[in-house]
Design a protein around this ligand. Structure first.
Ligand code: ATP
Ligand code: MG
Ligand code: MG
Length: 347
């Protein structure tokens, strides 16, 4: 069987490795951090920084195709890897999703709505952006943000200077605050031959910037469901994408507004493990290895809940419940705000 190289060794890489293994593939993880969660289940692990050219070269030589569970891989590493083995999804998807400014411009060019936004490099930019966009607004770092990190809400123009300090000198973007009714996401997949399959949109609840629960089906109209899936397909096609993507949306009274896209399997797609014959992890492995896409139709209602930090104390109780599927990531140390596992409750 072939070997799939995965950049990033977190829980997403771990669950991709399990899915790959089930289809007869081996995985090889490349991860700078020690003891990555994916390392326990992958067939090989390279622990090295993305600057280590020899390690990148050896990794590429050991695998047949390269994919990723982490979108912030440095460009220099991707350049080298791409010269040696195919990277799926392609570089364009990474370039777009690595930078919130590039991402929003890309989406607007496609005719998709986003929050109003402006680039912010200094205090003068920020004051101008606030005057244009108004308050409340959210200042975010353009790159490297996740779980709501690197973001600050600005409620009044006087808060500009303090908010900018929170960016620690990093290039930023100001976004208008979207008064949404709900947040939903579409997990979509596109195969090598251009076939597309999207999972039923899930409804997401965040707490403190971190995803708490995803519920399927989302409480949206049939029209909204169709629009959400078509919009995701438009993004997948434009990027000539191969693999699974997460598209986060705000639902307002009269529009679907794209928050961000993630060029990988997505936390809000974990429910597919209990709700579909082929879950998002297998779907991604199928896509990047040239298989046909699998059956992603939803056969039951599911609520996914993340187990964050001390939620781990609830595991013995959850383990006794019927219709609950428990997933743990094997992380040794419990930390506040750290995703330790999740449960899928079949409703
Ligand atoms: P992720 O872990 O999903 O990658 P992130 O750090 O990239 O998170 P965002 O998705 O940008 O963060 O924001 C996290 C949450 O904050 C959103 O899901 C939403 O609830 C809220 N939020 C972000 N931007 C806006 C906005 N412009 N208007 C209203 N709410 C917002
Ligand atoms: Mg994000
Ligand atoms: Mg997000």
């Amino acid at each position: 069987g072939s070997v799939i190289g995965i950049l990033g060794g977190g829980q997403l890489g771990r669950m991709l490795s399990v899915a790959a293994s089930r289809l007869g593939y081996k995985t090889h993880i490349f991860e700078p951090g020690a003891n990555p969660p994916a390392g326990d289940v992958a067939h090989a692990v390279t622990t090295a920084p993305y600057e280590d050219e020899a390690a990148l070269r050896a990794f590429a030589e050991a695998v047949d195709v390269i994919t990723y569970e982490f979108e912030n891989v440095p460009t220099s590493a991707l350049d080298l890897l791409e010269s040696l083995k195919p990277i799926r999804p392609n570089r364009k998807a990474l370039a777009v999703s690595q930078d919130r400014l590039v991402e929003k411009a890309f989406l607007n060019d496609l005719g998709l709505a986003t929050a109003p936004f402006a680039a912010v490099d200094d205090l003068e930019d920020l004051k101008e952006a606030i005057a244009e966009i108004g308050c409340p607004a959210i200042l975010k770092t353009r790159r490297f943000g996740y779980d709501g990190k690197g973001q600050v809400v600005i409620n009044a123009p006087e808060e500009a200077a303090a908010a900018l300090e929170d960016m620690k000198g990093a290039p930023a973007i100001l976004e208008g605050f979207v008064e949404f009714f709900k947040e939903i996401s579409v997990i979509g997949a596109r195969a090598e031959d251009g076939a597309i399959s999207c999972y039923d949109p899930g409804q997401n609840k965040h707490e403190g910037g971190i995803l708490r629960t995803t519920l399927v089906p989302a409480a949206i109209t049939d029209n909204q469901r169709t629009d959400a899936v078509l919009l995701a397909a438009k993004i997948l096609n434009k990027l000539d994408y191969v693999g699974v993507m997460g598209v986060e949306l705000f639902v307002t009274r009269d529009a679907l507004i794209v928050n961000e896209i993630a060029p990988r399997v997505h936390n809000s797609g974990h429910w597919t493990q209990a709700g579909c014959a082929v879950d998002q992890f297998e779907q991604h492995i199928r896509a990047v290895t040239g298989w046909p896409l699998g059956d992603g139709s939803r056969h039951c209602d599911v609520e996914m809940e993340n187990l964050i930090g001390d939620d781990m104390d609830r595991v013995p109780g959850l383990a006794k419940l019927a219709r609950y599927q428990v997933h743990l990531y094997g992380k040794a140390e419990v930390k506040p705000g750290r995703k330790m596992g999740h449960v899928n409750h079949i409703l």
